[in-house]
Design a protein around this ligand. Structure first.
Ligand code: R5P
Length: 307
C-alpha cells in the first residue's frame, strides 16, 4: 500500500527529504490560521485506505499541537488505514516529575494526548532522563533514532584531537557512546542548575583538556546556559574555544547569538529542528525507522481476534 506524507507548516523540507528516501508521495494539505487565531486544516490528497505519515517537528508544541491533532483525526475520518507521526524533536519530555507540589507532569499528559491520535511515532533522541523508554509514557509503538553515531562521525571528520565534554552526570552514558564512535576521550561536567537561566558548571579534570580541542556535547541546547557556562569556565582557565555540538537546536530567544558571543568556537547541530547551525543530517535513519513502522501490520483488536 502506497503511503502519503503530509507536512505540517514548517516541515515541508523534512517531508520532501523523507519522501525522496522512501520513494513515496508528499500529499497536499492546507493548514492556516483564521483571523481569530483558530486553525484551519484541509487534506486535499485522497487518504482513504492509505498509510498516512504526518511530518511535524514539535519544537514549538503549543503553536503546532492543535493543527497536528486536527490533521490526524481528519485523516482517520477520511479513511486512512493508519496515521503515523514523524517528530524529529519531541516536546514535553523534560517535566517528567512533580518537582514542586501541584505541578503538572506534562510529559505524561502530552504522551497520552499524542497516543490517542496517532498509531505510531518516530523521533530522535527524546530527553529520557528519569524514564528508560518512550513506552513508559506513549502507548503507541515508537522508534527512537539515536543521533550519537552521526555526531561521532561529524566530530571525527571535523575536529582535530577532540576531547568530549558532557553537560552532567546523567549524560555520561550518551557522551561516552559518542566518544567511542569518535575515538576520543571524554569527561562530564559538574553542573548545578538553579533556574531556567541560572546554571553553573565546573570541569573536574582540566588537565585532560590540555593540547586537545574541547567539544561540548548535549542532547538539547535550549537557553544555551549550560554551554555558555562551560565555555566561560574553559576560557577562565586559558583553554581553547570549544566546539559545541547539540542534537536539538531549540535555541530559545537569542541563545544561539549569546553562545557565540560567550566564546564558542563553532556551534553545530543535527537537523531535527531547522536552524542555521544544522550540519548533521538525521533523515537517513529517520526514513529507515519509518520504513519499519510502515511495514508493521496493524494490531488486531482483541474483539476481532480468533477465539
Ligand atoms: C538537561 O538535562 C539537558 O541534557 C540539557 O543539558 C539542557 O536541556 C540544556 O539546557 P540549556 O541549554 O537551557 O542550558
Amino acid at each position: 500500500m502506497k503511503s502519503v506524507i503530509l507536512a505540517l507548516p514548517g516541515n515541508e523540507q523534512l517531508a520532501a527529504g523523507l519522501a525522496a528516501k522512501l520513494q513515496t508521495e508528499v500529499g497536499r494539505m492546507t493548514v492556516r490560521r483564521f483571523p481569530d487565531g483558530e486553525s484551519y486544516v484541509r487534506i486535499e490528497t485522497p487518504v482513504d485506505g492509505r498509510n498516512i505519515v504526518l511530518a511535524c517537528g514539535l519544537h514549538d508544541p503549543d503553536t503546532m499541537i492543535l493543527a497536528l491533532l486536527f490533521a490526524a483525526s481528519t485523516a482517520r475520518e477520511l479513511g486512512a488505514a493508519r496515521v503515523g507521526l514523524v517528530a524529529p524533536y519531541l516536546a514535553y519530555m523534560r517535566q517528567d516529575k512533580r518537582f514542586n507540589e501541584g505541578e503538572s507532569i506534562t510529559s505524561v499528559h502530552f504522551a497520552k494526548l499524542i497516543s490517542r491520535y496517532v498509531d505510531w511515532l518516530v523521533t530522535v533522541d527524546p530527553h529520557l532522563h528519569r524514564r528508560t523508554s518512550l513506552d513508559d509514557i506513549y502507548s503507541v509503538p515508537s522508534i527512537v533514532v539515536h543521533a550519537a553515531p552521526l555526531l561521532a562521525q561529524w566530530i571525527r571528520a571535523h575536529v582535530d584531537s577532540p576531547v568530549l565534554i558532557g553537560p552532567d552526570s546523567e549524560s555520561e552514558q550518551w557522551v561516552s557512546e559518542v566518544a567511542r564512535g569518535a575515538n576520543a576521550p571524554w569527561l562530564v561536567l559538574e553542573k548545578i542548575r538553579r533556574g531556567d537561566r541560572d546554571v553553573s558548571v565546573s570541569i573536574p579534570d582540566l588537565g585532560a583538556l590540555r593540547g586537545r580541542t574541547p567539544v561540548l556535547v548535549d542532547d538539547i541546547i535550549s537557553t544555551a546556559r549550560t554551554m555558555i557556562a562551560a565555555s566561560r569556565h574553559l576560557a577562565g582557565h586559558g583553554i581553547a574555544q570549544p566546539v559545541c555540538v547539540g542534537v536539538h537546536a531549540v535555541f530559545a530567544g537569542d541563545a544561539h547569538a549569546e553562545l557565540l558571543a560567550a566564546g564558542a568556537g563553532r556551534v553545530v547541530t543535527a537537523n531535527t529542528i531547522p536552524h542555521s547551525s544544522n550540519a548533521i543530517d538525521v533523515s537517513g535513519p529517520l526514513a529507515e525507522a519509518m520504513r519499519n513502522l510502515l511495514a508493521m501490520r496493524p494490531a488486531v483488536p482483541a474483539s476481532e481476534s480468533a477465539p
